[in-house]
Design a protein around this ligand. Structure first.
Ligand code: ATP
Length: 246
């Protein structure tokens, strides 16, 4: 678990009261790597992200056992803002932008608490607007008036303002038109190529296996399968259960 590993989850067990949502889940994201977690409804994907980003208790969940380490530093017990300061930043499911704030204000909010100087924040903002030019065009618009795809871009852009070393994405394709899914996917791939490690949670298995180099399949809270994406994409079981007929 030394340097070279962006995220290490080992033996993670999580309960919501009497409901066990994760059972001894272990996975690893290499520094700069791209890993996907697949699984159907209720498999525990969102719970896994909540446990990493430190918001589990806000949803009534408890870590029963196991460790979460990012870049060699234990995250268990840290507050969400401390985890962000450690470079681990989540783009929440359902986008969740600040609807009544402008696009520009949402982006500025993403940099709050990172204690970086203005020049650096401006440089990061320029990089985000290069990835998502539409956000520059919409700078003074209320975020709530953006299309679904644009809100997803803003949510990712806002997360990038915190300069993550590891980006956690929860179903970024959900509810978007195919053309938007493609654009978001291309951008996520570009973010990863620029050096940010990515942990992508997706129900769209075809998309996830195309983007990620390695993937894990969660079933009722446990890792059922894992391996290089190409191997999983070729696996009979994955094809049957998650990819459908070719
Ligand atoms: P989905 O894609 O539907 O969000 P998921 O794979 O992300 O599914 P989770 O949301 O992590 O799955 O849910 C895992 C299990 O934990 C499910 O059985 C779910 O009902 C339960 N669960 C999730 N959140 C809570 C909560 N706040 N309180 C109680 N149980 C919860």
């Amino acid at each position: 678990h030394g340097p070279g590993v962006a995220l290490s989850v080992s033996g993670l067990t999580v309960d919501y009261g009497p409901v066990r949502a994760l059972r001894e889940v272990s996975l690893e994201v290499p520094e700069g790597g791209f890993v996907a977690v697949l699984g159907g409804n209720g498999a525990g994907k969102t719970t896994l992200l909540r446990a990493v980003s430190g918001v589990l208790s806000f949803h009534g969940g408890t870590v029963r056992d196991g460790d979460v380490t990012a870049h060699g530093r234990p995250l268990r017990g840290l507050r969400p803002d401390q985890i962000v300061a450690d470079g681990v930043v989540q783009v929440p499911e359902g986008r969740d932008v600040f609807a009544r704030m402008t696009v520009g204000e949402n982006l500025r909010a993403g940099a709050l608490g990172t204690r970086r100087d203005r020049r650096r924040t401006a440089a990061t903002r320029a990089r985000v607007l290069e990835l998502f030019p539409v956000l520059a065009e919409r700078d003074r618009q209320k975020a709530g008036l953006l299309s679904g795809g644009e809100q997803q871009m803003l949510a990712i852009g806002r997360a990038l303002m915190a300069e993550p070393r590891l980006l956690l994405l929860d179903e970024p394709s959900l509810g978007l038109a195919p053309i938007m899914v493609e654009r978001i996917a291309e951008t996520i791939a570009a973010i990863n190529r620029q050096g940010t490690a990515v942990l992508l949670i997706e129900q769209n298995a075809a998309l996830a296996l195309e983007l990620a180099s390695h993937a894990y399949v969660l079933e009722v809270g446990a890792v059922a399968l894992s391996g290089p994406s190409a191997e999983l994409a070729a696996s009979e079981e994955v094809r049957r259960r998650y990819l459908g007929p070719a």
